[in-house]
Design a binder for this molecule. Structure first.
Ligand SMILES: Cc1cc2nc3c(=O)[nH]c(=O)nc-3n(C[C@H](O)[C@H](O)[C@H](O)COP(=O)(O)OP(=O)(O)OC[C@H]3O[C@@H](n4cnc5c(N)ncnc54)[C@H](O)[C@@H]3O)c2cc1C
Length: 448
């Protein structure tokens, strides 16, 4: 048992007791013996969906074996604690890639399924849950079920994006996508405002598998400018594997004066100019820096200092671009704008996940230093606008979502809660469900 597990936002919280089993066969006893618990991966969620105050979490990072990999069909089955970077080390040389990847390769497969993560290809491939062929789920009554789209379907749908609340995922079977090289052909296009972003994004979505934009949220008068980055897997190059090891690390928490509206504006202006220089044609980039630029900087979350930070990620429907502009103004005027704001158009490929976040719309993610009431008030104001617009915020990034907001963003939560394991809970869930007592699942177990 240790107590150093934290979520990525590093907002201080009481020490989190952590159990780290080595074998899947240890899990049934470990899980059944807890009054309350939660399976967690590598703590790359920003808020409190991977924390459980006063009870131990079960961290799966040592359950990191590849169970089966068919090089002909690209079907792979892994234990839940396999990190995406380690999976890529095995599959890329064989000409396969993750069907969907988040912006860090340090997430585990189990954690990625439990958040139903999305990537830069949501408009073409949907979220990760769309590519899960099967998952094995252990519940606290020691039952192990293999769930698919046709077997234990309700539990399958509840577990994808199910925030770890339906039990412990002990294996995941994924369909990978074929690649000829580990390189991408990448196009950079700057835009002056949100309207132009929308136009460029619509233009790019049929021709590019991956699209994402960085946007300036901090500079008054220039907020809304940015760069749209569109890419396809390249036919030119080799199948080299990238390294997820950081090139350098932030050695300690930065003092709070490092981050202020002037340094954030200066960063945004510099970043914009650097990206503008790349507009000179198609660039050839390896998947590692293209998909995972922040993994190159170890402990980058320390930039926000010892009080930590929030990431707020939300989406609004496609016809609510004026609301996005409004939200952008609110953020810029607050002087709390973010270093890196990431903007993306999501498509209409539905996930099987009951609590899945992605849906058609424009999605923006940005970071705010923790400044207590001031940050809470800003996020609450943003939440009010997102609710009014019929949008949603992403639990994987959240520490402040109210029960009302959650229940509006995720109307299927009432169907979902039928599938919660009685032992499972999280700080996030206790806040948004207005309850500290889990309800019971109804499916018949096949005893281990
Ligand atoms: C730099 C960076 C970029 C990111 N970019 C994106 C992005 O582009 N898109 C995106 O969607 N997300 C993104 N994220 C968020 C991150 O991908 C997700 O939060 C991911 O789920 C974290 O995985 P993890 O292994 O660290 O899981 P944790 O954060 O430890 O846990 C996440 C959730 O999964 C549950 N869980 C973990 N393992 C299991 C298991 N075996 N069984 C059942 N439940 C389990 C936990 O209970 C928790 O609810 C990013 C994060 C970072 C730090």
């Amino acid at each position: 048992m240790s107590s150093n597990f934290r979520s990525w936002g590093t907002i201080p919280h009481p020490p989190q007791e952590t159990l780290r089993p080595f074998w899947v066969s240890e899990l049934a006893d470990l899980f059944a013996n807890q009054a309350q618990s939660l399976a967690v991966g590598n703590g790359r969620s920003y808020g409190d969906s991977c924390l459980l105050q006063d009870h131990p979490v079960i961290q799966t990072t040592q359950l990191n074996r590849i169970i089966r990999f068919d090089r002909q069909t690209g079907v792979i089955q892994v234990e839940p604690g396999v990190k995406l970077c380690d999976l890529l080390t095995v599959v890329v040389p064989a000409g396969w890639f993750l069907p969907v990847t988040p912006g860090t390769s340090l997430a585990t497969v189990g954690g990625a399924v439990a958040n139903d993560v999305h990537g830069k290809n949501h408009h073409t491939d949907g979220s990760l849950g769309c590519h899960v062929l099967s998952l094995d789920l252990l519940t606290s009554d020691r039952a192990l079920r293999t769930c698919t789209q046709t077997v234990h379907t309700d539990l399958f749908n509840a577990t994808i994006g199910g925030l770890g609340l339906t039990g412990i995922i002990t294996a995941v079977e994924l369909q990978l996508i074929p690649i000829n090289t580990s390189w991408l052909d990448v196009r950079y296009q700057t835009f002056p405002n949100l309207e132009e972003f929308a136009r460029l994004s619509t233009e790019a979505r049929d021709d590019y598998r991956y699209t994402v934009a960085w946007m300036d949220c901090a500079t008054p008068g220039s907020a809304g400018r940015g760069v749209l980055i569109s890419a396809n897997h390249s036919e030119q190059g080799d199948l080299t594997v990238g390294t997820a090891a950081a090139k350098f690390s932030v050695p300690m928490n930065c003092p709070k004066y490092t981050l202020n509206k002037y340094s954030i504006r200066a960063f945004n202006a510099l970043y914009y100019q650097l990206q503008k220089r790349k507009e000179d044609g198609v660039r050839h980039e390896h998947y590692q820096p293209y998909f995972y630029p922040l993994d190159a900087i170890g402990h980058w979350n320390r930039v926000y200092g010892k009080k930590g930070f929030h990431q707020y990620q939300f989406l609004v429907p496609l016809d609510a671009m004026p609301v996005m502009s409004d939200i952008l103004n609110t953020i810029t005027n607050s002087g709390m704008g973010s270093f890196l704001a990431v903007l993306k158009e999501f498509g209409d490929i539905a996930s099987p996940g009951l609590l899945s976040f992605p849906r058609p719309g424009y999605c923006l993610a940005l970071d705010f230093s923790e400044r207590g009431e001031k940050t809470a008030a800003l996020i609450s104001e943003l939440d009010a606008r997102v609710r009014e617009a019929g949008g949603a915020a992403y639990p994987a990034k959240d520490k402040l979502m109210s029960a009302d907001s959650f229940q509006q963003y995720y109307p299927q939560w009432t169907a979902f809660r039928q599938h919660i394991d009685p032992v499972c809970s999280s700080d996030f869930w206790q806040r948004v469900s207005n309850t500290s007592v889990s309800t019971h699942q109804t499916q018949q177990p096949d005893k281990l």
